[in-house]
Design a protein around this ligand. Structure first.
Ligand code: CAA
Length: 389
């Protein structure tokens, strides 16, 4: 693994940092407080090329590698995680899923509008009774000859309200269990699709999370991604990549909180000196930095494995597990270093602490990551992460 970023990676990292620190920061507290959807900010992110980073240029994307995407996610996540979750779902779940597995016709139809950011996509897997236990899909997509008829309810859908394209995972043939599941592209404006109220969340408050209901929704069969019955494998494969996105979000949250705490500890004086001159604070900063550095290695390595055609499911699960756990630790310590100021919105760290929690939950809880990791370990009988995919 190369520890020196190339020109393009450095350029993307800087562009994302400049945008986040100069533009996204404006109004982020108000958007979070009022649950205001960041429509203008997402539009700007599309213009900057952040919405289809790994989409090939022939489909309107910037054709970058996963590591560039990780670097951009990290910088955006230091400031606004409602924007970065939208970016993550768009890039890793929706665009990558379509690019890797959909028909040429679907790629040409949908990737350009997604890559430009004109259309935001959503990934509809979770259900009221199928969250972690994702094979228990109750939403049905019955085969009606030339079309599917979709019925059911999807929960906790990021980009559910304002998204312009849904990737819906649904059961076509219950007798075949998870081999009877399909992934189908659905236009949210189709008759029979309705959305619930926006969820009132602890963190990522301005991203649009809601329930989506389907009642006798007719979708052409040509909108199915891959072969009949490929839907569950599709979801699992796409989520392996998605977990690198959420791991970079967690890394960014931790990095953002560290930067704020480190600056504050330099400026804030107690007992006649900056608080970073007190060992109790200096050691906190050291612990935070070590954990961030370890997480960084894991997240970048997962991206590197993916970029180099290696198996990365286990590495991405490990990276997400660790980065989301340390994001909790680092943000909590950042609030502590700020003292009372850390507990009020103006200093940004309380928001990052709230945002950190969801990274341990979505795209597979920490407990699910441990299932994925331990099963991989048992299956391979030893730790063999670098095999070619
Ligand atoms: N790649 C390809 N196939 C895979 C796979 C992978 N990474 N992981 C599993 N599979 C396949 C298995 O091989 C198996 O297929 P076969 O029967 O043909 O061999 C099939 O999938 C079922 O796998 P399991 O037997 O392991 O199924 P399980 O029910 O025991 O466990 C699970 C599966 C890993 C727990 C899975 O249900 C899971 O990942 N759950 C978490 C769901 C999740 O992450 N939800 C996130 C929602 S999206 C989101 O959060 C987006 C957002 O808003 C930000």
């Amino acid at each position: 693994m190369n520890f020196i970023f190339n020109e393009e990676q450095l350029m993307i990292q800087k562009a994302a940092r400049d945008f986040a620190q100069n533009e996204l920061i404006k109004g982020v507290i108000e958007r979070d407080t009022n649950k205001t959807y960041p429509r203008e900010q997402l539009k700007q992110m599309g213009e900057l090329g952040f919405m289809g980073m790994m989409v090939q240029p022939e489909y309107g994307g910037t054709g970058m590698d996963t590591l560039s995407y990780v670097l951009a996610m990290e910088e955006i996540s230091k400031v606004d995680n409602s924007c970065s979750v939208t970016m993550s779902v768009q890039n890793s779940l929706v665009c990558s899923g379509i690019q890797s597995f959909a028909s040429e016709v679907l790629k040409q139809k949908y990737l350009p509008m997604l890559a430009s950011g004109d259309t935001i996509g959503a990934f509809l897997l979770s259900e009221p009774e199928a969250g972690s236990d994702a094979t228990s899909q109750r939403t049905t997509a019955l085969d009606k000859g030339d079309h599917y008829l979709i019925n059911g309810t999807k929960n906790w859908i990021s980009n559910g309200k304002y998204g312009g394209l849904y990737v819906v995972i649904a059961q076509t043939d219950p007798e075949k269990a998870h081999h009877g599941i399909n992934a189908i592209l659905v236009d949210p404006k189709t008759e029979g699709v309705t959305t619930g109220e926006l969820e009132d969340k602890l963190g990522i408050r301005s991203s649009d999370t809601c329930t989506v209901m389907f009642q006798d929704v007719k979708v052409p069969k040509s909108n199915r991604i891959g072969e009949d019955g490929f839907g569950f494998k599709f979801a699992m494969k796409v989520l392996s990549g998605g977990r690198i996105g959420i791991a970079s979000q967690a890394l960014g949250i931790a990095g953002g909180a560290y930067e704020l705490a480190s600056r504050y500890a330099q400026e804030r004086l107690t007992f006649g000196k900056p608080i970073n001159q007190h060992q109790v604070i200096a050691f906190k900063l050291a612990d935070m930095a070590v954990k961030i550095e370890a997480a960084k290695m894991m997240v970048y390595r997962a991206a590197w494995l993916k970029d180099n055609g290696m198996v990365y499911d286990q590495a991405s699960a490990m990276a997400k597990l660790y980065a989301s756990e340390i994001a909790q630790f680092v943000t909590t310590e950042a609030v502590q270093i700020h003292g009372g100021y850390g507990y009020v919105k103006e200093y940004h760290v309380e928001r990052l602490m709230r945002d950190a929690k969801i990274t341990q939950i979505y795209e597979g809880t920490s407990e699910i990551q441990k299932i994925v990791i331990s099963r991989n370990l048992i299956k391979n009988n030893l730790y063999l992460p670098n095999s070619k995919s």
